[in-house]
Write a protein that binds this ligand. Structure first.
Ligand code: PLP
Length: 457
């Protein structure tokens, strides 16, 4: 069997991102072979609804012929052109202009990367360059948020605040600080929006004062914390945080790697929240995952300081594959699809998904359902009143994921027992209904897990 052969090769040679290496050797790989719309098919023929759009990235869904044509045309015409120095390609130039036109406020400059991690990493370099150019080199301290995720580079992973990304890696650095997550379901101040916003503001203010207001370079926030467990701050939270940063002259970076490109409804969550960050990072939905690409949006005033600071010297930051023409051609086509009906369909499908997930709230394991657009988290507990998390012994991340998979559903199961949903925006009513139905079956089976039963006894 081809699949078994691949499993053995994988076991022997392929190191998987964010996997338990020994656990993976025991478990073996699941090999995906093909996909169409919102359905993915394993090499062994098993079909699943992809309720997580790959890794919250295939926002357009699978198998769009027009994307394939755009990539093929570009591959034939000009498969590579460097963006270094004064060189470029038509798709990259057009894409930068199209994106700038749609970005919030004066985020008119676009720097292309290969994905989200190097987009975040690029912002860190740009922030440092900015403050040096401005004559404030002592501003070298960065603040981000507990449960936040900002990628996996050496420096970006220190802004990330998930234990697995720090343990054993010597992170975070001592110039990387955190404030508590706004986490409405588990916030010590309760779930009231006003109280949560006030408490986050107080925490940020205290941390800034403690570090020294003239030493803080930048603050990073996701409009919705994704990998931390789909944590949705109250409306108005991000605006309040942005304003506080502005009052201290601290750069505000919105990390929209997940929330960009229709995931929460509109093209960018920042626009929806009425904020203009100083820089904004995107990736994933930018090319709908068909090829790798990310980007940093930079406000005019930040760009001007860097440009004037450098003068005639080169700003030494670049990748061989920055502004890759094939990725840019794909992104241009994906943008057309979003605006040609996919965003609209995503909003409709999202309403159906929310209603469907809410219908699960009577299930004994469901503590909270939260989210927006096509991005939801379902937090599971063994006691709804005490909000008791699932026991670690029940290995929620692995066992629930496996059960859902066997039931024909791809979701993400976070270690603390939160189920993550981020289906393609192209989902039909039938896809959404299948996601909900298969979730219920998965929850019913999870209720029979001996470790869960013991915790609930
Ligand atoms: N920032 C956020 C908010 C993310 O969710 C991610 C990835 O999930 C990243 C950055 C890193 O992006 P990538 O995995 O493309 O490097």
């Amino acid at each position: 069997m081809l699949a078994n052969f691949l499993i053995e090769l994988d076991r022997a040679h392929l190191i998987h991102p964010v996997a338990s290496y020994r656990g993976h050797e025991r478990q073996g790989v699941r090999v995906l072979k093909s996909a169409s719309g919102a359905t993915v098919t394993e090499a062994n023929g098993h079909q699943l609804i992809d309720g997580f759009a790959g890794l919250w990235c295939v926002n357009a869904g699978y198998g769009h012929e027009s994307i394939i044509e755009a990539a093929t045309k570009q591959l034939r015409e000009l498969p590579y052109a460097t963006g270094y120095f004064d060189l470029g390609s038509e798709p990259a130039i057009r894409l930068a202009a199209e994106l700038a036109e749609r970005a919030p406020g004066d985020l008119n400059r676009v720097y292309f990367t290969l994905g989200g991690s190097d987009a975040v990493d690029s912002t860190i370099r740009f922030v440092r360059y900015y403050w040096n150019a401005k004559g404030e080199p002592q501003r070298d301290q960065f603040i981000s948020i507990q449960q936040g995720y900002h990628g996996s580079t050496t420096v970006g992973a220190g802004l990330t605040a998930l234990p697995a990304f720090h343990a054993g890696f010597g992170l975070p650095f001592d110039w990387q600080h955190k404030i508590p997550s706004p986490y409405p379901y588990r916030n010590p101040v309760g779930s009231d929006d006003v109280a949560i916003i006030a408490s986050s503001l107080a925490a940020l203010k205290a941390r800034i004062e403690e570090i020294g207001a003239d030493r803080v370079a930048a603050f990073y926030a996701e409009p919705i914390q994704g990998s931390g467990g789909v944590i949705v701050p109250p409306r108005g939270w991000i605006k309040a945080m942005r304003e506080l940063c502005k009052s201290y002259g601290i750069l505000f970076i919105a990390d929209e790697v997940i929330t960009g490109f229709g995931r929460t409804g509109p093209l960018f969550a920042s626009t929806d929240e009425g904020i203009v960050p100083d820089m904004m990072t995107v990736a994933k939905g930018l090319t709908s995952g068909y090829v790798p690409m990310g980007a940093v949006f930079m406000a005019d005033h930040v760009y001007d300081v860097i440009a004037d600071g450098a003068g005639e010297a080169a700003v030494g930051h670049g990748f061989t594959y920055s502004a890759h023409p094939v990725s840019a051609a794909v992104a241009l086509e994906v943008l057309k699809l979003y605006e040609g009906g996919l965003l609209e369909n995503g909003v409709k499908a999202g309403q159906r998904l929310l209603a469907g997930l809410q219908s699960l709230s009577d299930h004994p394991l469901v503590g909270e359902i939260r989210g927006r657009g096509m991005l939801y988290g379902v937090e599971l507990v063994t006691d709804k009143v005490k909000k008791t998390p699932l026991p670690a012994a029940a290995q929620p991340a692995r066992r629930i994921f496996d059960r859902a998979w066997d039931n024909g559903l791809v979701i993400r199961a976070f270690p603390q027992g939160v189920l993550g949903y981020a289906p393609p925006l192209c989902c039909t009513d039938a896809d959404i209904d299948a996601i909900v139905e298969r979730t219920r079956k998965t929850l019913d089976e999870t209720l029979q897990d001996p470790d869960i039963r013991q915790a609930m006894a």
